[in-house]
Design a protein around this ligand. Structure first.
Ligand SMILES: NC(=O)c1ccc[n+]([C@@H]2O[C@H](COP(=O)([O-])OP(=O)(O)OC[C@H]3O[C@@H](n4cnc5c(N)ncnc54)[C@H](OP(=O)(O)O)[C@@H]3O)[C@@H](O)[C@H]2O)c1
Length: 331
């Protein structure tokens, strides 16, 4: 597996593995299948694994610990903090506001270290920027954890470029993480330019459009009643139907190129820059294997342009988040 740098401190596989769906958001979890997928990922040379205390909550960090403990020295484990969690609830319902106060940062880092069963968190992200706490205070607390050897590198999720710069001035940020895919291009321009300028990485989440850009999901009935995607505007019956013809074009181009639709969508993301390391979520080994192989799909500049124009985000109906979740992104 090819490797890429996330800032000066981390070298990771060109494609990581998003672990969220194994315990959270998408329903239908199967722990044994997830563990087999995590082990296969290590075998294939995947070294970046993405989790968060909020996934479950907690269950995903515990699962990652269980599966990856034997491979601790080979893997980079990224986790996130920053939601206030109501542990009497499950899944996204447990997220009840934001909390990036320095004391809370320290507290949740200790708890994540225990759940992950590690001495050091390789990459520690703030999950969402907390408007109540100056970013300097939060990153100051994160930097103290680095000094104490409890955290190796820092990240920010869904942060705008001004916040990334202010944070980076306190302590080097290795990688901002935000949604980025053919149908979600918000990071293009300011955010990606800032990462290039600062010489840091960028980690696209949901690079397969939460599964829609694989061509395998056509209507809300294709996933369970509890699936978080049912709450997202793009996954309404109406919007999925409106967006189907765009995915058909992607499928057609993938067929011509002899790759799967998911691989073409992922290859487009991978080819946006050598500082970019997507973390597609996959619970099934067959999906993981396809996604890993996407790192070797070559796209010519004209193919990248055709794809980018053909699937321009303004052609897709529906927003990526509803208003409440959108208001938590720092834009
Ligand atoms: N920072 C944040 O706020 C944030 C938000 C969302 C996600 N994330 C992170 O980003 C990771 C990835 O995002 P995501 O899981 O939301 O979306 P995604 O990677 O765009 O898509 C995942 C979906 O695509 C399916 N899939 C994966 N590979 C496939 C393939 N080759 N063919 C067909 N279907 C395939 C998966 O199915 P199976 O699972 O059934 O294999 C799953 O339903 C998460 O796991 C999480 O770690 C971060």
């Amino acid at each position: 597996m090819k490797t890429r740098r996330l800032g000066p401190h981390l070298t990771v596989s060109a494609v990581g593995l998003g672990c969220m769906g194994m315990s959270h958001a998408y329903g239908g979890q199967d722990e044994q299948e997830s563990i087999r997928t995590l082990h296969r990922a290590v075998e294939l040379g995947v070294t970046l694994f993405d989790t968060a205390e909020a996934y479950g909550p907690f269950a995903n960090e515990i699962l990652v610990c269980k599966a990856l403990k034997p491979y601790r020295d080979k893997v980079v484990i990224a986790t996130k903090f920053g939601f206030r969690l109501d542990t009497s609830k499950k899944g996204a319902n447990a997220m009840s506001g934001l909390d990036s106060r320095p004391d809370h940062v320290r507290e949740v880092a200790e708890a994540s270290l225990k759940r992950l069963g590690v001495e050091v968190i390789d990459l520690f992200y703030q999950h969402r920027v907390d408007p109540q706490v100056p970013i300097e205070d939060t990153v100051g607390a994160m930097a103290d954890l680095v000094k104490e050897g409890k955290v190796r590198a820092l990240g920010l999720s869904e942060a705008g470029s001004a916040i990334i710069r202010r944070a980076h001035a306190v302590h080097p940020i290795s990688a901002p993480q935000s949604e980025y895919s053919l149908w979600t291009r918000d990071p293009e321009g300011e955010i990606l330019d800032t990462c290039r300028e600062l010489g840091i990485g960028f980690v696209p989440f949901s690079p397969l459009g939460r599964g829609f850009l694989t061509g395998k999901i056509q209507k809300p009935e294709d996933f369970g009643a509890e699936d978080f995607r049912r709450t997202l505007p793009r996954f309404s019956t109406e919007n999925m139907a409106a967006n189907a013809s765009l995915v058909s074009m992607l499928e057609e181009m993938a067929r011509e190129k002899g790759v799967t639709t998911a691989q073409l969508a992922l290859a487009w993301v991978i080819n946006q820059g050598d500082f970019i390391v997507p973390i597609p979520g996959a619970r099934k080994i067959a999906h993981l294997e396809q996604n890993v192989a996407a790192a070797d799909v070559t796209l010519l500049p004209e193919e990248l342009k055709t794809l980018g124009d053909m699937l321009a985000p303004d052609k897709f109906a529906g927003k990526r988040y509803g208003d409440a979740a959108m208001s938590l992104t720092n834009r």
